[in-house]
Design a binder for this molecule. Structure first.
Ligand SMILES: *Cc1c(COP(=O)(O)O)cnc(C)c1O
Length: 498
C-alpha cells in the first residue's frame, strides 16, 4: 500500500504503510533455505533442570526472506538521513562522514582483533591508537592524551577526576567548579559526579563569560573552571587568556569542553590558551555517525602536570614495540574496558590521515564560513539575540515570528515539509526559543541556498498564514506527536490486539 505525495515545493515521494513485523507473515514461512539438518534434535528437558527452562514463546512472526527484506527496507525509508538530505544539527548530532572511514573500520584485521589478543599479536592496533594519541596532541597542543573515555560526557568526568587527583596530591581538596551559564548540560553533571559544587558564571550582554563576575567568584576553594570554546553560542571567548590567568592565579585549573573543535582545528591550539584539560568528541568533529545516542569516543588531553593521573593502561611505544602500561600508581584507574571504543578511534584516525593537516584546517574554515553565510543571509529575517562574531554555528530565535504567534517549534516542524531536518531547538538555554544552526564543512553553497530559501519562505508564511503552522509537518509519515506525552508515557512494546 503506497500513496504518492506532492508538496508545493515539488518534493515527491512514495510513503509505504507498514505494520509491525508481528502482524506480518504466515505460520510455516521461513526466511532461509538450508538443507535439513542431519544432526538429531535434543530435547532441552534432557539437558537443563526444569526451573532453568522458560515458557515457550508463542506468536513469533514467521516470514519469508522477501517479507523481511521489504519490511526493514520500508521502515528504513521512514527515517530522515544525512545520506538523503541536509541536517542543520551539525557535528553535534549528525554531520556527513566520509564513507572510507566506514570501509576501513570493517577491515577484518581491525574489526576481528580480539581485545584479549596478546600484545605481540595486536601491534597494528596498538600502533594505530598510539599514533592517534599523537595526532590529537598535535591538533590540541596538549602533552598527553588518553583514548579510553567512551563519550564527551565520559571524557569530562575523566578529566575532572584528574583535576581532583591533582588537588588531592598537591595541596588540599577544593569544593567548587565554576562554569558559564551557557554550558552544555553534561558539564554540571560531570562535575557533580566528581563531588564538586557547580557555581554558574552569568554570561554578559555579548554572550561571553563576564570577567568581573569571574574575578569575584574565583577563590582558593575553587578547583577549576569548566568552559567551552567556542561556547555553545558558537562564539569565541576572546578574553580566554585573561580568564585562564585569573583561574591559575588562585591555584585553579582550566577544563575546556572541546566538543566544538571543528571550529578551531588546524587553526589554533587550545593548549596555548592556558587550558589544562580538554576532551575531544571524536564522534562529532572527527567522524563517526552517532545519532540515537551512540557510539562515541571522548579522549582527554592534559598538560604534563596531570599526566600521572590519566587512566590505565597507557599505550607505550618502546622503539616501535607497543605495549600497555598498568604500573601507574597515581592513575585515577580504569574508566572503561580495554582501550576505549576502538571502532570509533579507528574512524577518527582514518579521518585525520585522509585530510592531513591542511585538510583539517580547511574543514574548520569551511565549517565557519558556511555558518557565517547562513547567519548573514538570514539575519534580516530571523532575530539574532547575540549578534556578535561567531564561528561554526549561529543561534537565531523566534522573536520576529512570535508577533504572529509562530514559535520555534512551529518553524522547526515546517522545515520538515520543505525537506530539511530541523536544527537544534531550545538550546542553549540562555536563548529563549533558540534555533541553533550548524551546517558543517561538507555542505555545498547550493544546499545552503536551498535551506536559506526554505527558512525565508517559512518566515513569509508566518506573516500570511500563521494558523497553517500549528499542525505542521503535513508531509511526514507521522505529523506532530505530543512530545511531552511520548516522553512520559512511552509505549515501547507491541501487544496483540486480540
Ligand atoms: C555533545 C556535547 C557534549 C557531550 O558529549 P557526549 O558525547 O554526547 O557525551 C558536551 N559538551 C558539548 C559542548 C557538546 O556539544
Amino acid at each position: 500500500m503506497a500513496h504518492a505525495e506532492e508538496s508545493k515545493t515539488g518534493i515527491k515521494g512514495l510513503v509505504f504503510e507498514e505494520p509491525p513485523v508481528f502482524e506480518l507473515g504466515s505460520p510455516g514461512r521461513r526466511a532461509y533455505s538450508l538443507p535439513s539438518s542431519t544432526i538429531p534434535e535434543v530435547e532441552l528437558q534432557t539437558l537443563l533442570p526444569p526451573e532453568e527452562l522458560r515458557d515457550p514463546i508463542d506468536h513469533l512472526p514467521e516470514l519469508s526472506e522477501l517479507d523481511v527484506v521489504r519490511h526493514y527496507t520500508r521502515l528504513s525509508q521512514w527515517n530522515f538521513s544525512i545520506d538523503s538530505a541536509f541536517y542543520p544539527l551539525g557535528s553535534c548530532t549528525m554531520k556527513y562522514n566520509p564513507k572510507i572511514n566506514e570501509d576501513m573500520a570493517r577491515l577484518p584485521g581491525f574489526a576481528q582483533n580480539h581485545p584479549y589478543a596478546p600484545e605481540p599479536l595486536s601491534q597494528g592496533s596498538l600502533r594505530l591508537l598510539h599514533e592517534l594519541q599523537e595526532f590529537l596532541q598535535e591538533v590540541s597542543g596538549m602533552d598527553a592524551v588518553s583514548l579510553q573515555p567512551a563519550a564527551g560526557a565520559h571524557g569530562e568526568m575523566t578529566g575532572m577526576l584528574t583535576i581532583r587527583a591533582y588537588h588531592q596530591a598537591t595541596g588540599k581538596q577544593r569544593s567548587k567548579v565554576l562554569m558559564p551559564d551557557s554550558a552544555h548540560g553534561t558539564n554540571p553533571a560531570s562535575c557533580t559526579l566528581c563531588g564538586y559544587d557547580v557555581v554558574h558564571i552569568p554570561s554578559n550582554a555579548e554572550g561571553l563569560i563576564d570577567i568581573d563576575k569571574l574575578r569575584n567568584l574565583m577563590d582558593e576553594d575553587t578547583a577549576a573552571i569548566m568552559l567551552t570554546n567556542p561556547n555553545t553560542l558558537g562564539m569565541f571567548e576572546k578574553d580566554i587568556l585573561e580568564i585562564t590567568e585569573i583561574v591559575h592565579g588562585k591555584g585553579g585549573l582550566v577544563y575546556c569542553d572541546g566538543a566544538n573543535l571543528n571550529a578551531l582545528m588546524g587553526v589554533c591550539k587550545i593548549a596555548t590558551m592556558g587550558v589544562d584539560v580538554l576532551h575531544f568528541n571524536l564522534h562529532k568533529t572527527f567522524s563517526t555517525p552517532h545519532g540515537g545516542g551512540g557510539p562515541g569516543a571522548g579522549p582527554v588531553g592534559v598538560k604534563k602536570i596531570l599526566e600521572p593521573y590519566l587512566p590505565v593502561p597507557r599505550i607505550v611505544n618502546d622503539n616501535g614495540q607497543f605495549s600497555l602500561d598498568y604500573d601507574r600508581p597515581e592513575s585515577v584507574g580504569k574508566v572503561r574496558a580495554f582501550y576505549g571504543n576502538f571502532g570509533i578511534l579507528l574512524r577518527a584516525y582514518v579521518y585525520i590521515r585522509t585530510l592531513g593537516p591542511d585538510g583539517l584546517r580547511q574543514a574548520c574554515e569551511s565549517a565557519v564560513l558556511n555558518a557565517n553565510y547562513i547567519k548573514a543571509r538570514l539575519r534580516d529575517t530571523y532575530f539574532l539575540p547575540y549578534p556578535g562574531p561567531s564561528l561554526h554555528e549561529c543561534v537565531f530565535n523566534d522573536k520576529n515570528q512570535l508577533k504572529q504567534n509562530v514559535k520555534t517549534m512551529d518553524i522547526a516542524k515546517a522545515l520538515i515539509d520543505k525537506g530539511f531536518h530541523p536544527p537544534t531547538v531550545y538550546f542553549p538555554l540562555i536563548v529563549k526559543g533558540a534555533l541553533m544552526v550548524e551546517p558543517t564543512e561538507t555542505e555545498s553553497k547550493e544546499t545552503l541556498d536551498e535551506f536559506i530559501q526554505a527558512m525565508k519562505e517559512i518566515a513569509k508564511q508566518a506573516e500570511n498564514d500563521a494558523e497553517s503552522f500549528h499542525d505542521a509537518p503535513y508531509l511526514s509519515k507521522v505529523s506532530r506527536p505530543d512530545e511531552a506525552r511520548a516522553a512520559r508515557h512511552p509505549k515501547l512494546r507491541w501487544k496483540p490486539t486480540s
